[in-house]
Design a protein around this ligand. Structure first.
Ligand SMILES: Nc1ncnc2c1ncn2[C@@H]1O[C@H](COP(=O)(O)OP(=O)(O)OP(=O)(O)O)[C@@H](O)[C@H]1O
Ligand SMILES: [Mg+2]
Length: 212
């Protein structure tokens, strides 16, 4: 079982959006998957309610229960557990990071997003965990994307796939679908499938912590 945690204290960067669509993409790729939601906003739980029982299962987990919950599901049916964390640095988020095989850090192409990464990254380094940034909500082409990508690469590994700002992501949250279900032939679906393949490859073998 591999644990993928979507984490950054920057609110609104796309943790939940990427979490649910990546979980669906992983499932479509043949994996058994569940989502643990640590955010009291319960966005992923509301998304699951709109799915009316269709997997992946989404379970709300209190910050002080994440370790015991992961112990329980380890060795069970799941190939991948996705953890959606709240946009705050907290002991619960730290515990999720500690038990992750890969932390994915979504970042929008803005100076504010870049600056906000520091505390999350410090925790990940302290716990010596694997991580990768993913550029999210990007314009299709812009100097901002290039500049932010350069900034991120200085701090660590950047996923090779950027996720462009597209209505499909917002609509799919509303209908309780992954973007690959809602509009399978659309560009948002293609990007999410590519990002999932990239993550799948990174988590197949033990990966090196990139020098900062
Ligand atoms: N690639 C995208 N294209 C279009 N809209 C997006 C994209 N990613 C996220 N959004 C939108 O941005 C908003 C914030 O996304 P989301 O809730 O996933 O962020 P978050 O990091 O989970 O926020 P929080 O820290 O509050 O939990 C939502 O309205 C979502 O629909
Ligand atoms: Mg969220």
């Amino acid at each position: 079982m591999k644990v993928i945690t979507l984490v950054t204290q920057k609110g609104g960067s796309g943790k939940t959006t990427l979490c649910v669509s990546l979980a669906v993409a992983a499932q479509e790729a043949g994996h058994t998957v569940c989502i643990l939601e640590m955010d009291r906003q319960a966005t992923a739980t509301q998304w699951a309610q709109a799915r009316k029982g269709e997997p992946p299962e989404v379970a709300q987990v209190a910050a002080d229960r994440i370790e015991t919950t992961l112990e329980k599901v380890r060795g069970g049916e799941f190939d991948y557990v996705f953890i959606d964390t709240p946009g705050i640095d907290s002991p619960g988020t730290n515990a999720a990071i500690r038990h992750s095989d890969l932390c994915m850090i979504p970042c929008r192409p803005t100076p504010a997003d870049l600056r906000a990464i520091g505390p999350t990254l410090a925790t990940i380094h302290r716990l010596e965990k694997q991580f990768a940034f993913v550029l999210n909500q990007t314009p299709p082409k812009s100097y901002r994307v290039r500049d932010t990508a350069e900034g991120l690469k200085v701090m660590g590994l950047l996923a090779e796939v950027n996720i462009v700002m597209r209505n499909d992501h917002q609509d799919a949250m509303g209908t309780g679908q992954g973007v690959t279900e809602m509009n399978p032939a659309g560009p948002a679906a293609t990007e999410i499938r590519s990002l999932w393949s990239w993550i799948e490859n990174r988590t197949k073998e033990p990966i090196r912590v990139e020098a900062a």
